[in-house]
Write a protein that binds this ligand. Structure first.
Ligand SMILES: NC(=O)c1ccc[n+]([C@@H]2O[C@H](COP(=O)([O-])OP(=O)(O)OC[C@H]3O[C@@H](n4cnc5c(N)ncnc54)[C@H](O)[C@@H]3O)[C@@H](O)[C@H]2O)c1
Length: 335
């Protein structure tokens, strides 16, 4: 198996690279070579197979990033929501023209590679009362979502033309994201769990009955691996998949936080934010996801496991990154 990860230095790209390195195989076939590509040199995990790491701009993706013989490309590189909205040109260049560049490089290969594209639920709208079916139209309410939807169409057409063989995964909001809160409108969804676990305050810009369609990084990696190996012949022309995430309310997230670390939810403070409120009001809160189940995508684990895995895997590195004191096992937030 020869694999390339574009956007390999990001949150999900690092998790995916680590998993491939640990497994040493994909779909039962040993990995012969892995190319990691990002704006800055992405970190290369320890592996039994050779790893090449490259830096550059996706819009000018070098041919060496997708050498002939590549079997699978995970296309994760993107300018994410708030940044693409704030800088229209940047979003279009990376999110749309970057995808066109991936297609152009795939065209010259002697055999069409599987391309797993991480699209987003931001390509939909509908709001809190929407439960979107598998054939729901993508009507994005932001530039990032529009660029994702447009990329999906181009990848679908490139699949029809046998330039490549795409699976477009419309990922839910992935929680719990490590690091610091950022400008993304979705930032609070991770922050209300992560920050209190670090002993830090967090602001909640929506009411507790607000519901979000989420997935854990662990399950997203499972979906990415499944998408790499599934029989795309059973998908026909339609290469889009809404994988089975979890629809959870803020109240449920706060309860899971409190169960994991008693006292922690007291660090979450409700602060009205009309700007974020207006953006998140367009997000669909739930999907039917029947097609994904038929295609064999794994069901999601319960929310309490998502919080437990974050504590086990990402909390200590996040603490260290931020120079915070080491928490006492099971201690109250603020430790
Ligand atoms: N994390 C989520 O909640 C979520 C939800 C839905 C979809 N997605 C999609 O999943 C993918 C991965 O998300 P993530 O959370 O790891 O994001 P991330 O921002 O952590 O990673 C994206 C990576 O793309 C790289 N990148 C940006 N511009 C680039 C360019 N011009 N050239 C090369 N690389 C460039 C960034 O440096 C970064 O490492 C993205 O495509 C994102 O749109 C993520």
């Amino acid at each position: 198996m020869r694999i390339t990860i574009l956007g390999a230095g990001g949150f999900l790209g690092r998790k995916l690279a680590a998993r491939l390195a640990a497994d040493g195989a994909l779909g039962g076939r040993p990995i012969e070579r892995l190319v990691l590509f990002d704006l800055a040199f992405p970190p290369a995990p320890e592996a039994r197979f050779p790893i090449e790491h490259l830096s550059g701009d996706l819009a000018e993706l070098p041919e060496v990033a997708i050498p002939d013989g590549t079997d699978v490309i995970f296309h994760l590189a993107a300018v994410v929501s708030a940044a693409a909205e704030a800088d229209y040109e940047l979003g279009m260049r990376v999110n749309l023209r970057g995808t066109e560049r991936v297609i152009a490089l795939c065209r010259r290969l002697s055999r069409p590679p599987r391309v797993i594209f991480t699209s987003s639920i931001a390509s939909f709208s509908g709001g809190q009362n929407a439960v979107l079916g598998d054939d729901a139209r993508q009507v994005p309410a932001n530039s990032y979502g529009a660029e994702k939807a447009a990329s999906e169409l181009l990848l679908q057409n490139a699949s029809r033309l046998s330039f490549l063989d795409a699976v477009n995964l419309r990922l839910p909001t992935v929680i719990v994201r490590p690091g610091r809160p950022n400008q993304a409108a979705s930032s609070f969804v991770s922050a209300i769990i992560r920050e209190p676990l670090l002993g830090l305050p967090a602001e909640l810009p929506v009411s507790e009955d607000f519901a979000v369609w989420v997935a854990s990084p662990r399950t997203v990696v499972e979906w990415l691996l499944h998408a790499a190996m599934l029989d795309s012949g059973s998908m026909g022309l339609d290469r889009g998949v809404n994988p089975p995430g979890l629809s959870v309310s803020v109240a449920q997230m706060l309860a899971a936080l409190e169960a994991a670390r008693p006292g922690a939810r007291a660090l979450v403070r409700r602060v009205d934010d009309a700007r974020i409120g207006a953006i998140v009001a367009t997000w669909p809160a739930a999907f039917v996801a029947e097609r994904a189940r038929r295609l064999g995508f794994a069901e999601h684990e319960p929310l309490r496991d998502v919080v437990r895995d974050f504590i086990a895997e990402d909390l200590a590195p996040t603490r260290a990154e931020q120079g915070l004191a080491v928490a006492t096992e099971g201690g109250a937030a603020g430790g």
